[in-house]
Design a protein around this ligand. Structure first.
Ligand code: HEM
Length: 143
């Protein structure tokens, strides 16, 4: 990721990083198989869980993780830290039966959300694509 690309990812993420529950809702809505992997949400109507405290808590965990990795991006000296965080995320999710294909679904839903909610354009799209290629390749090794 170039420094310019990291800045584009950071500035666009800032536009949506406070929409935690809305982002998780979009992911579950597009991919019910992801929702089904969560013991506390499996088999429940998405509309009835989306406003609960448990939903907000989990949405905050996911979004905070993304914010942490994004904050580290664009600095070569942070590459090892990113690698550690994302490798651990992959391993923790593998233990829950989450698949690489489901991470791919998450990616698709996240990009669709960004596209609809941030100032989008060719450069922003390319920056996110590169950032997600890099991090998902790390996750795939331990998933
Ligand atoms: C935790 C499922 C993707 C970040 C969890 C938990 C489940 C889960 C079942 C445990 C929830 C609990 O405490 O009961 C999934 C599924 C995914 C997915 C099915 C399919 C794509 C992601 C992605 C991220 C993420 C892409 C990061 C951007 C987290 C974090 C936690 C968590 C930070 C809490 C920390 C931990 O326990 O590892 N996930 N997840 N998840 N997930 Fe995911």
């Amino acid at each position: 990721l170039t420094a310019d690309q990291a800045n584009l990812v950071k500035s666009s993420w800032k536009q949506v990083s406070h929409n935690e529950a809305d982002i998780l809702y979009a992911v579950f809505k597009a991919y019910p198989d992801i929702q089904a992997k969560f013991p506390q949400f499996a088999g429940k109507d998405l509309e009835s869980v989306k406003d609960t405290a448990a939903f907000a808590t989990h949405a905050t965990r996911i979004v905070s993780f993304l914010s942490e990795v994004i904050a580290l991006s664009g600095e070569e000296s942070n590459l090892a830290a990113v690698n550690n965080l994302v490798s651990k995320l992959g391993a923790d999710h593998k233990a829950r039966g989450v698949t690489v294909a489901q991470f791919g679904e998450f990616r698709t839903a996240l990009v669709a959300y960004l596209q609809a909610h941030v100032s989008w354009g060719e450069n922003v799209a390319a920056a996110w694509n590169q950032a997600l290629d890099n991090t998902f390749a790390i996750a795939a090794k331990t998933l």
